[in-house]
Design a protein around this ligand. Structure first.
Ligand code: UDX
Length: 434
C-alpha cells in the first residue's frame, strides 16, 4: 500500500485517484475548487463516467479515498504526487500551462519530505524539466524530489476500464529509480511498462493522439472521395481493417473528432513543431479536414433544402461522442453555429448532455427525446452515435417530420433501408444516392 496524492479532480485525476485507491493504495485527491471537493465528499460526481460513482463510493467508504482542497493535508503523508490538472488550448493553439505551474509551485511550497512528482496531464515536450525547475526554485532546502512523466491514455466513457486495462504504461524520468517506483504502482495491472526519458514519454502521448486523429482525418478524406466516385466508405474501411498492419479501429468516417484531447493535442503539437522550425503540414491538414467535416454536413442540408433560412433542423446527439455528457469541442457546437448563422432554427436531444448543452447552446430548443426533435423538423442530423438512436422507430420519426430529410453524420443507418422508408438520406462518404 502506497500513499498517493492526486492534484485535480477532473476526468483524469478522479479516475486515476479512484482506481489507485481500488488497487489498495491510500489516496487523497486535491482540487482547488472547494465546492467541488464538498460535493465529492457527499458522493456527488462532477462528471458522468460509467462505473465511477460506485467506485468512488466504495473506496471512500473503506477509507482509502478522500478529498481535500488543502495542499498541506493532501501532501502530509504522500510518497507520490500525480499532477492531473487541465492544460487547455491557448491563443495560438499552444497548451496553456497555468494550472501545471500553480500545482508545481504549491507542491514546492508545502512539501517537507522526499516526493516523486508524476505528471499525468498532457503537456508540451520539456514540461517535466520545467516543473523540476519550478520546484527546485520554490522548495525548502534539502527536500529531495524526482519528476516522472506518466501520460494518460483514458477515453471518456470507458476511462475506468481503460485505467484498469491499459495497452501500456509509459514512464519517463531522468531518474530510473523514481520511474521504477512508479512502475510498482502499476504492477497489479499486468500491462507492458515502458520506461524512457522525460521528453520521450511526453512525446509518446502527443504522437499517439496525433496518429489516431490522423487516421480519422484520413478516412474522412477518403469518404469525401468515395462520395464523388460512388464508393461506400464504411465498406472501404472494413476492407482496409482486415489488413493486420492497418487494423479496424478509428476508421469511422463522420463529423470528425472532438472532445477535450484530440483537437487540443494536435494543435499543441503543431504549435510546438512550428515554433521549433518544423513544418507540420500533415498535422495542419488533419485539423483542416476535421473542420471541413462539419461544414460539409451543413452543405448537404443546404443543397437538399435549397437554403437554411427559417428551416427547422433537428439534431440527434450533442455530446462529442456517445456515453459522455462532455460538450467540449463537440462537432454539434459548430453545426449549431453554422446552422443558426444561416437562419435555421435548431431543436436537439442528447441522452445525457442536455444540461451541459443548455449552458453552451442557449438558443436551441431542447427536446425530451428523438421523437420530439423530429416534430415539424425540415431535416434531421445525427451528430452523436448514441445506441438509442440505432433503435428508433424510424417510421414514427418520418411521420413526425415536415420533410423526411436525414443527414447521418455518423453513418449509423443503412442507406437502402432509409430510402425504403421514404427518407431522403445522406451519410458521410456513402456514394451516390445516399
Ligand atoms: C482520446 C484518446 O483516445 C485517449 O487515449 C486520450 O488520452 C484522450 O483523448 P477521448 O477524447 O475520450 O479519448 O475520445 P475517443 O474515444 O478517442 O474519440 C475521440 C473523437 O474521435 C470523438 O469525437 C469520436 O467521435 C471521434 N472518432 C473516433 C471518429 O470520428 N472516428 C473514429 O473512427 C474514432
Amino acid at each position: 500500500m502506497k500513499s498517493i496524492c492526486v492534484i485535480g479532480a477532473g476526468y483524469v485525476g478522479l479516475v486515476t485517484g479512484t482506481c489507485f485507491a481500488d488497487l489498495g493504495n491510500d489516496v487523497v485527491i486535491l482540487d482547488i475548487d472547494a465546492a467541488k471537493v464538498e460535493r465529492l465528499k457527499n458522493g456527488l460526481m462532477p462528471i458522468y463516467e460509467p462505473g465511477l460513482e460506485e467506485l468512488v463510493r466504495r473506496n471512500a467508504t473503506s477509507g482509502r479515498l478522500s478529498f481535500t482542497a488543502s495542499y498541506e493535508e493532501a501532501l502530509a503523508e504522500a510518497e507520490f504526487v500525480f499532477i492531473a490538472v487541465d492544460t487547455p488550448s491557448g491563443m495560438e493553439g499552444e497548451a496553456d500551462l497555468k494550472s501545471v505551474r500553480a500545482a508545481a509551485s504549491a507542491i514546492a511550497a508545502v512539501m517537507d519530505h522526499p516526493l516523486i512528482i508524476v505528471n499525468k496531464s498532457t503537456v508540451p515536450i520539456g514540461t517535466g524539466d520545467w516543473v523540476a525547475d519550478i520546484i527546485n526554485r520554490h522548495r525548502h532546502d534539502g527536500v529531495d524530489f524526482w519528476v516522472v512523466s506518466n501520460p494518460e491514455f483514458l477515453r471518456e466513457g470507458s476511462a475506468v476500464h481503460d485505467f484498469l486495462n491499459p495497452d501500456r504504461v509509459v514512464l519517463g524520468s531522468l531518474n530510473r529509480e523514481a520511474a521504477e517506483k512508479v512502475a510498482q504502482l502499476y504492477l497489479p495491472l499486468r500491462a507492458p511498462i515502458i520506461v524512457t526519458d522525460l521528453r520521450t514519454a511526453e512525446m509518446i502521448k502527443y504522437a499517439s493522439n496525433a496518429f489516431l486523429a490522423s487516421r480519422i482525418s484520413f478516412i474522412n478524406e477518403i469518404a469525401a472521395i468515395c462520395e464523388r466516385l460512388g464508393a461506400d466508405v464504411k465498406e472501404v474501411a472494413a476492407g482496409m481493417g482486415y489488413d493486420r498492419r492497418i487494423g479496424p479501429a478509428f476508421l469511422d468516417a463522420g463529423l470528425g473528432f472532438g472532445g477535450s484531447c484530440f483537437p487540443k493535442d494536435v494543435r499543441a503539437l503543431a504549435h510546438m513543431a512550428a515554433i521549433h522550425g518544423c513544418h507540420p503540414q500533415l498535422l495542419r491538414a488533419v485539423l483542416e479536414i476535421n473542420a471541413d467535416q462539419r461544414r460539409s454536413v451543413v452543405q448537404k442540408l443546404r443543397d437538399l433544402l435549397g437554403g437554411l433560412d427559417e428551416r427547422t433542423v433537428g439534431l440527434l446527439g450533442l455530446a462529442f461522442k456517445p456515453n459522455t455528457d462532455d460538450m467540449r469541442e463537440a462537432p454539434a457546437l459548430e453545426l449549431v453555429h453554422l446552422l443558426q448563422h444561416e437562419g435555421a432554427r435548431v431543436r436537439a436531444y442528447d441522452p445525457v448532455a442536455m444540461d451541459n448543452a443548455r449552458r453552451v447552446l442557449p438558443d436551441i430548443v431542447c427536446c425530451p427525446d428523438a421523437y420530439a426533435v423530429a416534430e415539424g423538423a425540415d431535416a434531421l442530423i445525427v451528430a452523436t452515435e448514441w445506441n438509442e438512436f440505432k433503435h428508433l422507430d424510424l417510421a414514427r420519426i418520418r411521420d413526425a417530420m415536415r420533410h423526411p430529410i436525414f443527414v447521418d453524420g455518423r453513418n449509423i443507418y443503412d442507406p437502402e433501408r432509409m430510402a425504403a422508408l421514404g427518407f431522403t438520406y445522406r451519410g458521410v462518404g456513402r456514394g451516390y444516392g445516399t
